[in-house]
Ligand binder design. Sequence first.
Ligand code: PEP
Ligand code: MN
Length: 343
Amino acid sequence: MIIVTRKGVTPDELDHIRERIESLGLRTHVSEGEERTIVGCVGDESRLHGVPLLSIPGVEAVHEVLKPYKLASREFAAEPSRIALGGVELGGSEIVTIAGPCSVENREMMAQTAAHVAARGARGLRGGAFKPRSSPYSFQGLGEEGLQILADVRAESGLPVVTEVMDTRQVELVASYADVLQVGARNMQNFSLLTEVGRLRRPVLLKRGMAATVKDLLLATEYVMSQGNPNVILCERGIRTFGTATRNTFDLAAIPVLKRETHLPVVADPSHAGGRRHLVAPPSYAAIPAGADGLLVEVHPDPETAASDGEQSLDFAEFDHLMRTLRPFAEAAGRSLGALAEV
Ligand code: PEP
Ligand code: MN
């Protein structure tokens, strides 16, 4: 931690700043410049967390040297983390596609979707059984029946399933069916939920909140990891901005920022970013050279009848087109894409 003092700081103020830091168990190192005096704080910086240093007379600015997130940071693990998903690894050489509808609607549409996307190279099946809807009057998901459908379809298709858990009270239930627990954008800072999924070892797909900075996302990750669960997959799904042309604004550059800051795998969700079917492919293409390890894409057998997010769900032909046209981007980035049946 570096403390920059106010211009004209008095010797008494400077002594007081040092005493305050030293009383917290750190050493101080003062460097007097022509304009400003700087106090370096040496020792366990965590002791300074939550201390209102800016309120000490004579302090103008405080800069953190170490990252506030530890377990998620690159400083903690030099090598990229790989998280197993069925027979592949997120964070490995393959770009992993997880595809499926926004919501689990019935067994037939799930079985159809799983069979289709698996044949086109998808490695995971998505589908919400518990849905976080903006309106309480919208379809809320099938609940446990939806989880059972996911488990049955996994048994037939071999695709591991990714599904959302919205509440601490559902963690045990959802974990008894799901391969990956999704924590959605609206719950990114539900600290009780993060703590609860952190107690398991099941991978967690943590979506960036609509108004969350990259730092907020990484601190949310830290909640999960500090409970002992190292298996966090981060997801950029667009944030709210003043733009109204797209549902959210896809923050492409957040992907290389995350890849630099953390060793964890990062996936892009182009569906919730654009909000429209024709807006799904471009961010998918861009995300791969930007460093994404995978994609989370909404696919529905008949988007116009979808119970949720039909506007942004690809139909099967569109998904095939996406998978075909993604391949050169993966190859250009030195990555492979799931084995593709002839389409
Ligand atoms: C979803 O994946 O269907 C979903 C609700 O996503 P988000 O939390 O990103 O809005
Ligand atoms: Mn959705």
